[in-house]
Ligand binder design. Structure first.
Ligand code: 5GP
Ligand code: ZN
Length: 115
């Protein structure tokens, strides 16, 4: 998508601090970290948000989660734990309309909403 900042990060027009990359998935550090560990994991394919997901994307979204597991091992925060968040739409405050999974960690995470 022409106007999408995360698509521009995927094709290198906007620089990012990459953590992981393969043919389907890219992970990079959030530019404005909300925790000591704040990594964004995105599919390279442009999908605006959760409500746009189609059945054909099921493998891809599954792969995002196994990639998160890989990143946690690679970056050494698997044992201490972390949180994964996806904002969707207006009430969530989603700002970037390219689906992304925030990995947050590196401290005790407060403001637990569920559980
Ligand atoms: P959202 O509110 O859409 O769930 O989160 C968007 C996230 O993208 C925010 O945490 C914001 O800091 C991050 N972000 C926005 N623009 C850029 C950018 O150009 N580079 C990086 N690395 N992160 C960005
Ligand atoms: Zn995009």
């Amino acid at each position: 998508m022409d106007d999408c900042i995360f698509c521009k990060i995927v094709d290198g027009q906007i620089p990012s601090k990459k953590v992981y990359e393969d043919e389907d998935v890219l992970a990079f550090h959030d530019i404005n970290p909300a925790a000591p560990i704040h990594i964004l994991v995105i599919p390279k394919k442009h999908i605006a948000m959760l409500t746009e997901l189609k059945e054909e994307d099921e493998m891809l979204i599954g792969k995002i989660y196994t990639t998160i597991n890989k990143i946690a091992k690679q970056e050494g925060f698997e044992k201490q734990g972390y949180r994964v968040i996806t904002n969707c739409g207006k009430d969530s405050g989603q700002e970037v309309m390219h689906i992304h999974f925030h990995i947050l960690g590196g401290k005790i995470l407060g403001d637990k909403i569920v559980g």
